[in-house]
Design a protein around this ligand. Structure first.
Ligand SMILES: Nc1ncnc2c1ncn2[C@@H]1O[C@H](COP(=O)(O)OP(=O)(O)OP(=O)(O)O)[C@@H](O)[C@H]1O
Ligand SMILES: [Mg+2]
Length: 367
């Protein structure tokens, strides 16, 4: 990558796997048109020995998760990054590592959502959930009872990132099925939603919603065995799992419509409570009540089909940089978005899918 001295520099880090898919050509083009150089950082060598940067853009979720669980190589990398960022507090970080950490643990982010009373008033909820830290089935039944968790449930690993198994899910229909849970895990009420998942991708105050296949409706039963699946098999745009085919008696249900005001409410809460520029969340609509359930929140999601992704990303990076300059000049340099900024800005959420301009490049990957 050619570096021009008068431009600002974005230092980027993502895994080789992600990097191979990224549409570098378009990204470099957008960076140049916004006045940035783009450099890839090597986290195996000291950052001080690499090109100085103004913006640190990263997808470090898996490395942070590994470091937090005792992987020594990952810990060296994360310590190196944190030390470097603390030595250079004027660098704009997308996103701050402590904010990212909130979303590594499902119990942690479901709790944040559950403690948000304004959601319930507006027909939005996170399904009841409980955490299992042991295999003691009697105790786990009691924990479920206390927390109002009822069958059927989905059992999900507590740690949402860092391994393929983080996406191994189990639908459990009765107490007999609980022995398959592998703690630490959360069990969450299954919400019947007619097999339609709504994924919302956020870049700052811009968002894009797309529909994906999901699981068919399930009902508690004493006879059914647990069903295992991995998210990718069922919920990718091109997934064709039999688990997504509604049973005949469920077919007569009316189509459930997504309420965009509810989506905006969720975005505002997430920006305030979790404060990430690059995030996404999953919503299913309860087929009995029409309430919107937030079932998952993600750091730096896939952004599939996000219209003009790089343009929106660079615009938002520029905004974040301007904000960071103000925060830094005012002596508060923790990089988290201030309430007053959010209060001003959140009124202007933009659905980029509604953009009348014809889409240019969609998503961030090579198609
Ligand atoms: N409470 C629920 N009720 C109904 N279906 C659910 C529920 N929770 C999860 N699902 C289904 O399981 C899928 C995977 O769950 P979830 O999004 O929590 O896992 P994930 O692997 O972290 O997803 P991602 O790939 O978005 O990171 C969802 O997309 C949805 O189809
Ligand atoms: Mg999900």
């Amino acid at each position: 990558m050619e570096c021009l001295p008068h431009k600002k520099t974005i230092g980027i880090w993502m895994s080789d796997k992600k990097s191979q898919k990224l549409n570098w050509k378009e990204f470099i083009k957008s960076c140049a048109s916004h006045g940035y150089n783009l450099v890839r950082l090597d986290l195996d060598i000291p950052l001080e020995e690499q090109r100085p940067i103004n913006v640190f853009l990263h997808k470090l979720t898996d490395v942070i998760a590994a470091a937090d669980h005792g992987d020594s190589k990952a810990s060296v990398i994360i310590n190196r990054v944190e030390q470097y960022l603390s030595n250079h507090p004027n660098i704009t970080v997308i996103d701050p590592l402590d904010n990212v950490r909130i979303l590594l643990n499902r119990y942690c982010y479901y709790t944040i959502l559950q403690n948000e009373p304004s959601l319930y008033k507006q027909g939005i909820f996170t399904p009841s959930f409980a955490e299992f830290t042991t295999n003691n089935i009697e105790m786990n039944i009691e924990i479920m009872r206390q927390r109002g968790v009822k069958f059927p449930v989905i059992c999900k690993p507590t740690i949402a990132h860092g391994s393929k198994s983080a996406h191994d899910m189990i639908v459990i229909f009765n107490e007999k099925g609980l022995h398959v849970c592998k703690p630490p895990c959360v069990v969450q009420n299954f919400v019947n939603h007619n097999a339609v998942l709504h994924k919302v991708f956020l870049i700052g105050d811009r968002y894009h919603i797309c529909e994906r296949p999901s699981l068919k409706n399930f009902y508690a039963s004493e006879d059914l065995e647990p069903i295992y699946y991995s998210t990718g098999e069922v919920c990718k745009a091109d997934s064709q799992s039999t688990l997504s085919i509604l049973d005949p008696h469920d077919k007569a249900d009316i189509t459930l419509t997504l309420n965009e005001d509810k989506i905006k409410t969720i975005i505002r809460i997430l920006r305030k409570r979790i404060g990430l520029l690059l995030a996404g969340f999953d919503v299913v609509i309860d087929n009995m009540t029409g309430s919107h359930a937030v079932i998952d929140i993600n750091v730096y999601p896939s952004y599939d089909n996000f219209p003009n992704f790089f343009e929106h990303l660079l615009d938002s990076i520029q905004e974040a940089e301007n904000r960071n300059v103000n925060i830094y000049n005012n002596g508060d340099c923790n990089g988290v978005y201030g309430e007053e900024f959010l209060g001003h800005k959140i009124n202007g959420l933009i659905n980029v899918g509604m953009d009348p301009i014809k889409y240019g490049v969609t998503g961030m990957n090579i198609n």
